[in-house]
Design a protein. Structure first.
Length: 388
């Protein structure tokens, strides 16, 4: 009997994790793309306001690049924003795209890179493996320690009032990802907490994913969970703690590598409608349902949760079930200490909304199929009710 089923593993080819790395961004990009001339730097208005875009932009200019900053990205970017960004890249004749921001900026950068030089319309690339041809050179620089988007092959687009579509394709893996905690020191504690818990969800769900769990993703998920669980509260309590901030970025990136290969499941499936309908940030949406989904999954996933408990709560002992519960309690404790919202009511959701949420969650079949335990509509509604 072969203990290791066949698996495939893909990730970004080149990763730089270094404090201050973005101050020499021009050198790093020039070394990777010697003949490139015109860079589109993709960010959002909030990050542009911090002034932290200036040093990387100056470094690119000093290395001989013509730099255009596109800063109209919004959270959960709609199709119109993506298309405007693609038009900006074409108008500038960009030959390198750099995502500098949270998941939304990095997702838009991925889509620009595959669409700017292509005839394919955006609508044709939704789903898995529908991107055709090559893309522009792509560099990703996260400014939050959360989504792991810098090392994933997925981009999420808001397609309607409350609906989202994903683009999943190997072309969405960047050429270069840069982790520089100097860009994250201004993140408020609540954002630090929500994005950090999002990254922990990525690690936990990758480790328990039903279909594609594999030895490499397992190793990355465990390492990620250790870094994140040890550094999240220190990063929340002192935003200027560069060691904790760099550890959080590294943990989020490792979790991104894990879930890009062993995909996420019911926590994300139930979080998406919370974000889509009530415009709750993605990390917080995940955090709100996490303990309740874990309790639901425990009958199927307790042995794996017990293994992760050894990382997050090493003093936990007793039966597999007891250690599994200890992990769930530890995740709740992290949310309590960080001070983020912990109930659906706190983000404006009422009992009368639960049926709509449950209906929407059941549409996330791609994610629900990865869950260690089958989720019915009644299960989904009960989980939301527990989170209320």
């Amino acid at each position: 009997m072969n203990d290791f089923p066949a698996f495939a593993f893909s990730t970004v080819a080149h990763i730089v994790s270094e404090l201050g790395a973005t101050r020499k961004l021009g050198e790093l990009v020039r070394a990777r793309f010697p003949s490139a001339q015109r860079v589109l730097l993709v960010t959002d208005p909030g990050f542009l306001k911090t002034g932290l875009v200036q040093a990387p932009a100056d470094s690119l200019a000093a290395a001989g690049f013509h730099v255009k900053i596109y800063s109209d990205v919004v959270a959960d970017p709609p199709e119109a924003v993506v298309l405007a960004a693609v038009a900006a890249a074409r108008g500038h004749a960009s030959d390198v795209v750099i995502g500098l921001g949270g998941g939304s900026s990095m997702d838009v950068a991925k889509l620009i890179a595959v669409l700017a030089g292509s005839e394919q319309p955006l609508s044709a690339i939704y789903g898995i493996g529908n991107v055709q041809g090559q893309r522009l050179p792509l560099v990703q620089i996260p400014t939050t320690a959360g989504t792991g988007s810098e090392v994933t092959n997925i981009a999420i687009v808001t397609t309607g009032e409350t609906t989202k579509m994903g683009v999943v394709a190997p072309q969405l893996y960047a050429d270069l990802a840069i982790l520089d905690a100097e860009l994250t020191t201004g993140l408020p504690p609540m954002v630090t907490a929500a994005t950090g818990i999002d990254a922990m969800v990525h690690a936990i769900e990758a480790y328990t994913s039903r279909h594609k769990k594999n030895p490499l993703s397992d190793m990355l998920a465990r390492q990620a969970l250790g870094l994140l669980s040890r550094n999240l509260i220190p990063a929340c309590e002192n935003g200027g703690n560069l060691a904790a901030r760099q550890a959080m970025l590294l943990g989020a990136m490792l979790a991104g590598q894990a879930f890009s290969n062993a995909p996420v499941a019911a926590v994300h499936a139930l979080a998406y409608p919370i974000g889509g309908i009530f415009h709750v940030p993605h990390g917080l949406s995940n955090s709100l349902v996490l303990p309740h989904v874990m309790r639901f999954n425990a009958p199927a996933a307790a042995p794996l949760y017990a293994e992760l408990a050894a990382i997050v709560v090493p003093h936990a002992e007793g039966s597999v079930e007891a250690r599994s519960e200890a992990l769930i309690v530890a995740m709740q404790q992290i949310a309590i200490i960080s001070g983020i919202e912990r109930s659906l009511q706190q983000v404006g959701i009422a009992e009368s909304d639960l049926d709509r949420l449950a209906d929407d969650a059941m549409l996330q079949t791609r994610l629900l199929g990865n869950n260690p335990r089958d989720v019915s509509r009644a299960d989904a509604r009960a989980i939301y009710a527990a989170a209320l």
